[in-house]
Every structure is written in structure tokens, then in C-alpha cells.
Design a protein around this ligand. Structure first.
Ligand code: PGA
Length: 250
């Protein structure tokens, strides 16, 4: 099965010119490697210009955030319809960096619902801030899933992607161990099956947090995930090329 690699560019690069160069390189690499699909999530101002004229293929586009209201007086926000109109098919929702700016599980729920209604695939991020020795990280994941996914969302699990990103592994020097991801993937599925039934078994799960060319293959082989959410490495063509190769081989 193809691995889904989500390139979260965050607030990079500085100019459209650089963004275009990075995108062209990403597209070229993806074209060479059969085993991967890439979702490029650039800053929203670059989205349309990058996406326009691109044929549907193994590269698609996503927004890094959306607002839950359809339109109106929400200065600085971007709606699902606007993101769709800019030719994106995905939206990252509830990324740890947005949660750190005040986004709650309830905001995430409204955004996931809005994305589904509007025809975007939500990539819903969950994950604990720190990891102790107990089972707190499982409890937190359960709570983020419970509040973040409405009953309506539960009926459309095949249209949802869960990205598990332990906050302590984001922007860090080391990724989480695949074995720990495997445990969490089982937990996520079990939690969803308990609440929504069999469809929970086939939920797509990504791992995110300090993914690179060295750890990506192991994570895909042993972490029980469909793909990866990549930050820093996705804005460095050389490093991203190594990562994509590792994913294609896995
Ligand atoms: P990182 O970021 O790959 O730079 O750790 C991952 C993320 O925040 O999605």
C-alpha cells in the first residue's frame, strides 16, 4: 500500500518564489517514487498559486488550519469553502502548535465537522504534551478523540485521518519508537471501534514528530501507520528526498 506523507510547511518558506522551488522539487521526487503520495500543506497564501493547474495525482494539497464557520466576520480566518476553492483536498486540524495558541478539543470537533460537510479530508492531530510512566497518554488520546469526533464524524470515519503527534517529539531531536506508535495505533482503533463500531478498525493513522530519512522506514514498517506528518524535513528538499526514498522502500 502507498504511504501517505503530509508535508506541513508551517510558516515557511519566506517567499512565493522559494515555495514554488520547494514545491517543484517535491513534485519531481514524488513523481519518481511509486510507493508514496504526498499532501503539501503550504502557508495559505501560497496554496492557490501552487495548486492551480496541477493534475490530480500523487501530489495533493492541504491547508494547515480552517475555521468552523462557513463565512462572516472572522478576521484572519479561512473557511473550508475557500480552502476547497484554492484546490486543496485536506486540512490539518488541531495541530499541537494551534492547540498551544488556545485551540480546544471543542474547536477541533467543530472544525472536523465543518471539513467533512465541506468535502475536505480532515487530518485531526492528537497527542500528549509529555509522557510519564503511567497510562495518562492513553487517557488524553481517548479524551481528544471523544470530544474531537462528533457522532456525525463517527459515521464518516473512512473520510478522516488521525495524526498522532506526541508534542514532546515535535521539533525534537528524536522521534518516538515505532513500538510505542504501534501501541497507540491499537489504542486509537480500539477506542473508535468501541464507540463507532467496526469502521474504527480501518481508520487511517499517521505518525508525526521528528520524522526523517533515518527513522521513517522503521516507523512505516513497525508503527502500524498509513503514513507520516512531517514538519522541518518537508521544507528541506535534500532531507525530504531522503525521507521519501526511505518511505518508498518501506
Ligand atoms: P517536525 O514537526 O517534523 O519538525 O518535528 C512535525 C509537526 O509538527 O507536524
Amino acid at each position: 500500500m502507498k504511504s501517505l506523507i503530509v508535508a506541513n510547511w508551517k510558516m515557511n518558506p519566506k517567499t512565493y518564489k522559494e515555495a514554488k522551488k520547494l514545491f517543484d522539487e517535491t513534485k519531481r521526487l514524488t513523481g519518481l517514487l511509486k510507493g508514496v503520495s504526498v499532501v503539501v500543506c503550504p502557508p495559505a497564501v501560497f496554496l492557490r498559486s501552487l495548486a492551480i493547474g496541477q493534475r490530480a495525482g500523487r501530489i495533493s494539497f492541504g491547508a494547515q488550519n480552517v475555521h468552523f464557520e462557513a463565512q462572516g466576520s472572522y478576521t484572519g480566518e479561512i473557511s473550508v469553502a475557500q480552502v476547497k476553492d484554492a484546490k486543496a483536498a485536506y486540512a490539518i486540524i488541531g495541530h499541537a502548535e494551534r492547540r498551544a495558541m488556545g485551540e480546544t478539543n471543542y474547536d477541533v470537533r467543530k472544525k472536523v465537522d465543518a471539513a467533512l460537510v465541506g468535502g475536505l479530508t480532515p487530518i485531526m492531530c492528537i497527542g500528549e504534551k509529555e509522557r510519564g510512566h503511567g497510562a495518562e497518554h492513553f487517557e488524553l488520546a481517548r479524551e481528544q478523540l471523544r470530544v474531537g469526533l462528533s457522532e456525525d464524524a463517527g459515521k464518516r470515519l473512512s473520510k478522516i485521518i488521525i495524526a498522532y503527534e506526541p508534542v514532546w517529539a515535535i521539533g525534537a531531536t528524536k522521534a518516538m519508537e515505532p513500538r510505542q506508535m504501534h501501541e497507540m495505533a491499537i489504542f486509537i482503533r480500539k477506542t473508535l471501534v468501541e464507540r463507532f463500531g467496526e469502521a474504527g478498525h480501518s481508520i487511517k493513522i499517521l505518525y508525526g514528530g521528528s520524522v526523517d530519512g533515518k527513522n521513517a522506514g522503521d516507523m512505516l514498517r513497525n508503527g502500524d501507520v498509513t503514513g507520516l506528518l512531517v514538519g522541518r524535513v518537508s521544507v528541506d528538499s535534500q532531507a525530504f528526498s531522503e525521507l521519501l526514498r526511505a518511505c518508498a522502500e518501506a
